[in-house]
Ligand binder design. Structure first.
Ligand code: FAD
Length: 476
């Protein structure tokens, strides 16, 4: 009889297409465990929105395991200590887990392996969260890529990612009275006020919700993805990001189903665009793997000297969606209300913070970390640096998003702004993104009192743009 083994769930809250779980479930009794280890994560412990998601996702995973006859053990504290204790209690000789690429998680993995080895227990780590492992894609000279297009070309010239695997059948669960916390005890959900009260209208965390999102996206919005993905008012993107972030669905599953959809000639261009967005997720994780300082240090060292401003008032206005620029404010309010912001608007709001307000990108990244349900150290850090101009393959600094033009171009009917900034809903389209240009009569007719129930612009666009360019000149 083999010794029992432990499966240590981390950011892979699913049963399907999970190589480490499949290996663990072969020929041994299985103990599934999740450990909330905020100390190991340090600054990158899940933010408030991610904690909401985590609670719901763990509940879904625990149900999936219970349906198959097992019990998910929940523990809080040091992962190494808990795993070593569990292994000793159950007589387990191996712990399996999926690899994570965040610097703190790599360090955690090393520490856990060391603790376990002291009592003769092995830690077996398998890939599972990416399509292409970061070490496997390098330039001819062995150095990592810094530019997306050649990186993605190199990925695409590799063999296709293997087809996803089903959840292991007939798992032989270890049955015993091992202690487990109750999820409620961890207080991951908001207490008072409950800012997530309506989030169930938007999200269904867990593997089932992820699979449904993927199916409904591929059978609907994909048909218009290449253009539709830029219009924040239309539901044209997959909204898979939190599901991917928590590992509720494997990227190989998403990849394979999108590749199948691509066989339909009417969808092939759309699917290709979608696959390349998955490529950006790969690239961000690749960057974090090769440049572990990415979350706190500028990728381009010249930006160390960038003359950032400091203003708590401006930061608070941005966070609360009260900058006086309707598209920026709509995005920040969507984020607060739903834990999500559309990608186009993430770019505009991030550009506004770093260029119009010249506040450090880390302040924005921290706010997103706390408020996004899909907060990902890799995607968030790489994207913020990309917008700020300090990142790998970043947008040229002088391309400063004009929040007025962006609103008029990508939200031409004003549906997005009217939804999230309802105090402007009666303004005619032509003034919706520039209310300060409307005459007193137009404002009065629309019931808008600028400077009272909707703010005057925090900064003037042209002057802010020129100041940003001058700041950039100073570090060139
Ligand atoms: P879709 O368009 O359906 O794309 C499918 C998947 O591809 C996404 O779920 C995501 O996993 C990946 N993806 C798409 N765009 C990007 C991108 N630009 N970079 C990396 N991966 C991408 N994404 C996160 O998952 N977590 C973050 O913390 C995060 N922070 C961001 C911060 C800023 C300032 C910006 C500009 C972008 C950020 N993004 C982040 C990337 C992107 O905005 C989201 O992935 C996307 O909006 C999620 O919506 P979706 O699932 O409908 O995307």
């Amino acid at each position: 009889m083999n010794s029992p083994v432990i499966y240590w769930f981390r950011q892979d809250l699913r049963l399907e297409d999970l190589p480490a779980l499949e290996a663990a479930a072969t020929d041994s009794k299985l103990i599934p465990v999740y450990i909330l280890d905020d100390d190991a994560a340090g600054d990158w412990a899940p933010g408030a929105a991610s904690r909401w998601w985590l609670h719901r996702s763990l509940a879904a995973l625990a149900d999936d395991i219970a349906e198959r006859g097992g019990k998910l053990i929940l523990l809080k504290g040091d992962s190494g200590d808990h795993l070593a204790r569990l292994a000793a209690q159950a007589g387990a000789d191996t712990v399996y887990c999926s690899r994570r690429i965040e610097p703190w998680a790599r360090e955690q993995e090393r520490a856990v392996a060391e603790t376990l080895s002291e009592q003769g227990v092995r830690l077996r780590v398998h890939p599972g969260s990416l399509l292409f492992e970061p070490e496997a894609v390098v330039k001819g000279d062995g150095e990592p890529y810094q530019v997306f297009t050649p990186y993605w070309r190199a990925c695409r010239s590799q063999p296709e990612p293997p087809a996803p695997r089903p959840a292991p059948d007939d798992v032989d669960w270890y049955e015993s009275g091992l202690d487990s916390d109750s999820l409620d005890k961890w207080q991951l959900l908001p207490q008072q006020p409950n800012w997530a009260a309506s989030w169930d209208d938007y999200w269904q965390p867990g593997a089932e919700g992820a699979a449904q999102k993927l199916h409904s996206f591929l059978s609907g919005p994909l048909a218009d993805y290449a253009d539709g993905r830029d219009r924040p008012a239309s539901d044209s993107t997959s909204r898979l990001s939190p599901h991917l972030q928590f590992g509720e669905i494997s990227p190989r599953t998403v990849w394979q189903m999108a590749r199948e959809a691509e066989q339909d000639p009417a969808l092939s261009g759309q699917a290709e665009k979608f696959l390349s967005e998955l490529g950006w997720r790969e690239f961000s994780h690749y960057l974090l793997w090769h440049w572990p300082d990415l979350p706190h240090a500028p990728f381009k060292p010249a930006f160390e000297k960038f003359p950032w401003q400091q203003s708590d008032t401006a930061l608070a206005a941005w966070q609360q969606g009260r900058t006086g620029y309707p598209l920026v404010d709509a995005g920040m309010r969507e984020l607060w209300a739903t834990g999500y912001m559309h990608n186009r608007v993430r770019m505009v709001t991030a550009s506004f913070l770093t260029k119009h307000l010249r506040l450090h990108w880390r302040l924005g990244a921290d706010w997103f970390w706390d408020t996004l349900v899909d907060a990902s150290l890799a995607n968030n850090s790489a994207s913020w640096q990309w917008v700020a101009g300090s990142g790998a393959d970043a947008a040229p600094y002088f391309r400063i998003f004009n929040p007025i033009i962006q609103g008029e171009k990508f939200d031409p009917d004003g549906d997005y702004v009217r939804r999230w900034v309802p105090e402007l809903k009666d303004l005619p389209d032509r003034f919706l993104n520039r209310p300060w240009e409307a005459s007193p009569e137009v404002l009065e007719q629309a019931g808008v009192i600028l400077g009272e129930q909707y703010p005057q612009p925090l900064v003037e666009h042209k002057a802010a743009r020129e100041a940003a360019l001058a700041a950039y000149e100073s570090i060139r």
